[in-house]
Design a protein around this ligand. Structure first.
Ligand code: PRX
Length: 680
């Protein structure tokens, strides 16, 4: 069998130096570099203007959740209010919220704005990568959602059906989500960066009836042929009856073959006259139970296939509404830009449901931050007058590398608030964001949450609380969160432990689609009576949470959540691979880089071509975003005597750090010695 090869572009001392620098940076990440009080001018106009006001509201939200949530959801539309005492049964692992209430989520995001000044206000200001623009007022967004709802109803979509959405960043993605919500159909958005295979598996897992997609999406001057990719998936998706295709790039850029009887262009579908029943359903939509399923979003877990996280209606809406309102301090005059993709939870909660429920104007951009150059984001902010920017640390670190010149070329004075999400932000990146993008004038909200939490659970309110670069902050309203030891005992200040949530919160995931037992196993089996987040953290003497990152077998690569088990099972489905182990190593740009160790089947030779073939295989099975940063061939993987792969050791080998851990259970110490030797 072929011998392992050392990393092909860096030599071992370089790797070690880089890794040491990263370890130092992670350690420095945990040190305080200062406190940044809210700028007085910001506080003066903020919804919550002092720490005391925040603390009082937080205490009330825990002491009397019933009256807290009643007051905070006054603006939302309920057909029937929840019944008195509905919170008495509120106990983990159940989070039934607003028992007895009925609503249609789309009415809170659309209809309620039609009788206010928001009617003619921009709901979505969109720019495509080629520079084309489109604005939809609340009136227009409502009209488009009603039209699509009626059309979907005529295609046979009914409450409770699943609808898959495989799109890029176009307004139709938001229209599609809201149209499903209006009909009570459960949408499942599948990120446009996923491969055909990944799309197929997700469609089949939730047995979607209809797929909404587009001919192609612009990305860095190229077209991603989404319809062609969907067609491959659709060869093996027996439940799909109809495919609706948005004409985004046109036939000169992507050929979308339309399958007679199954596929229909979005514009042709909407041009049909709806049946009276469908029109009625769309214009006066039915009300659903508070716990009616709203969407399924697939995310990675530490074991097995992706988890279909299920969110329901009233609790999800209440949490994203309240957090959007207070964390982003949304005002009528704002143009708010969340740079996430609608395919991830950030896009669901903070591009669509949260801000629209507040009547905010949202900017939406189709393309990448560096196309045609690294000035694109800054020129968009200047051109459209964006006031709030919510983005990810990986993007910020990439901007730092590209140089201060890019943001400095543009007038960014419209900005008043900055946000960060998805991964820990290192203080260097925080300080740069504050100084260069925010000109020292804009508060920064570092928001911690997860697909499963549905909404922001930790942050600092921008007009009320000081920020500490690198600390994500304090619990949001209704959130009882703690750092505990293995048996649930709370850690002392600054002691590291597991981040857990001790009470239900409204937007908590209710289950995993098709896999209720796994829901309990994944979140409630580790520590008695609490929800375990999978993250490690500490809480400092001011009560601020510092989240270190995942402590389970989930990686966070450039803000993308990647399950090691998914990567491994994709690799072993390649004909040459016998076994595989995926681990993360610290990376200055992406937070974590993905390193895979692979053993080959007997007689297979490891070479560059095979490496490329494995990388392509991951592209095909999952998507390009999950491509390993490093593929290492090895004769064997280090295992315990019971046959479990010792990932901790592989992590150390991958990052070149000396082993501090116990290797007494390692089956064959020579495996480890060999892996290290191969690194020399
Ligand atoms: O490890 C935490 C990290 O991202 C994980 C959740 O990933 P996902 O479900 O994809 O949702 C990402 C967007 C909400 C968490 O378990 N994470 C998210 N935000 C932060 C963070 N880590 C540190 N600081 C954050 N602000």
């Amino acid at each position: 069998m072929a011998r392992n090869r050392a990393h092909e572009s860096w030599n071992a001392p370089t790797i070690r130096l880089l890794c040491r620098a990263m370890t130092d940076s992670i350690e420095s990440h945990q040190k305080e570099v200062g406190r940044f009080p809210p700028p007085p001018a910001f506080s003066a106009a903020a919804r919550i203007a002092s720490h005391a006001a925040y603390a009082e509201k937080h205490a009330k939200s825990l002491e009397d959740p019933e009256s807290f949530w009643r007051e905070e959801t006054q603006d939302l539309v309920f057909r029937t209010r929840f019944r008195e005492g509905a919170f008495e049964e509120w106990k983990l692992p159940h989070a039934k919220f607003f028992g007895g209430a009925t609503l249609n989520v789309s009415e809170s995001c659309l209809d309620r704005h039609l009788t206010t000044s928001a009617r003619t206000r921009a709901a979505i200001v969109w720019e495509g990568e080629p520079g084309d623009t489109r604005t939809l007022t609340y009136f227009e967004l409502h009209r488009e959602v009603v039209r699509l709802s009626a059309a979907l109803a005529d295609l046979g979509v009914r409450a409770g059906d699943r609808v898959a959405i495989y799109m890029g960043m176009v307004p139709e993605a938001a229209i599609a989500m809201l149209a499903c919500a209006r009909l009570g159909a459960t949408h499942s958005v599948i990120f446009g960066g996923f491969s055909s295979e990944a799309l197929r598996d997700r469609i089949n897992d939730c047995s979607a009836k209809v797929l909404l997609t587009q001919d192609g999406a612009w990305r860095r001057g190229h077209v991603i042929p989404l319809k062609q990719m969907a067609d491959i998936a659709l060869e093996k998706t027996p439940t799909i009856e109809h495919v609706v295709v948005v004409k985004r790039v046109g036939t000169s850029h992507a050929v979308a073959k339309m399958h007679e009887g199954r596929d229909v262009w979005w514009e042709d579908l909407l041009a049909r006259t709806p049946s009276p029943g469908a029109r009625e359903l769309a214009t006066t939509p039915p009300a659903f139970d508070a716990e009616h399923p709203l969407f399924i979003l697939y995310t990675s877990g530490s074991t097995g296939k992706p988890k279909g996280v299920l969110h329901t209606s009233a609790g999800y809406l209440a949490s994203v509404h309240v957090t959007s309102k207070y964390v982003f301090d949304l005002k009528e005059s704002d143009l708010y830009w969340c740079t996430a993709d609608v395919g991830w939870v950030t896009g669901h909660s903070y591009i669509v449901y949260g801000p629209l429920s507040c009547g905010a104007s949202c900017f939406m951009y189709e393309g990448a931050p560096n196309a045609p150059d690294w000035g694109r984001f800054w020129s968009l902010i200047e051109k459209h007058g964006v006031t709030i920017l919510y983005t990810a640390p990986t993007a910020i670190r990439a901007f730092i590398r590209a140089g201060d010149g890019w943001p400095q070329k543009h007038n960014l004075q419209s900005l008043r608030l900055l946000g960060s999400v998805g991964e820990p932000i290192n203080p260097e990146a925080w300080l740069w964001y504050h100084r260069v993008v925010g000109a020292g004038r804009c508060p920064i909200v570092d928001t911690w949450w997860q697909t499963e939490t549905g909404s922001i659970l930790l942050t600092t309110l921008p007009g009320a609380c000081f920020s500490k670069p690198g600390a994500t902050g304090l619990p949001m309203f209704g959130v009882d969160i703690a750092v505990v030891k293995d048996h649930g005992e709370e850690c002392k200040p600054n002691e590291g432990g597991k981040l857990v949530i001790r009470r239900p919160w409204p937007s908590m995931a209710r289950t995993l689609w098709n896999d209720g037992p796994r829901f309990h196993e994944a979140y409630f089996s580790q520590i008695e009576g609490v929800y375990f987040t999978g993250d490690g953290a500490r809480r400092d003497e001011d009560g601020y949470f510092w989240v270190v990152g995942r402590i389970d077998d989930v990686l966070n690569v450039a803000g993308h959540r990647i399950g090691t088990a998914e990567i491994e099972s994709a690799l072993v489905s390649h004909g040459s691979v016998a076994e595989a182990a995926a681990v993360g190593r610290p990376d200055a740009l992406k937070g974590q880089a993905l390193v895979v160790f692979v053993t080959l089947k007997t007689g297979i030779t490891s070479d560059r071509t095979l490496k490329e073939s494995l990388a392509h295989h991951i592209d095909k099975e999952i998507g390009k975003f999950a491509r390993p940063d490093e593929i290492r061939f090895t004769d064997a993987l280090p295992k315990t005597r019971s046959g479990k792969i010792m990932r901790r050791l592989l992590k150390e080998v991958a990052s070149g750090t000396e082993s501090r851990g116990d290797t007494s259970t390692l089956e064959d110490l020579s495996v480890l010695a060999k892996l290290r030797a191969d690194d020399e």
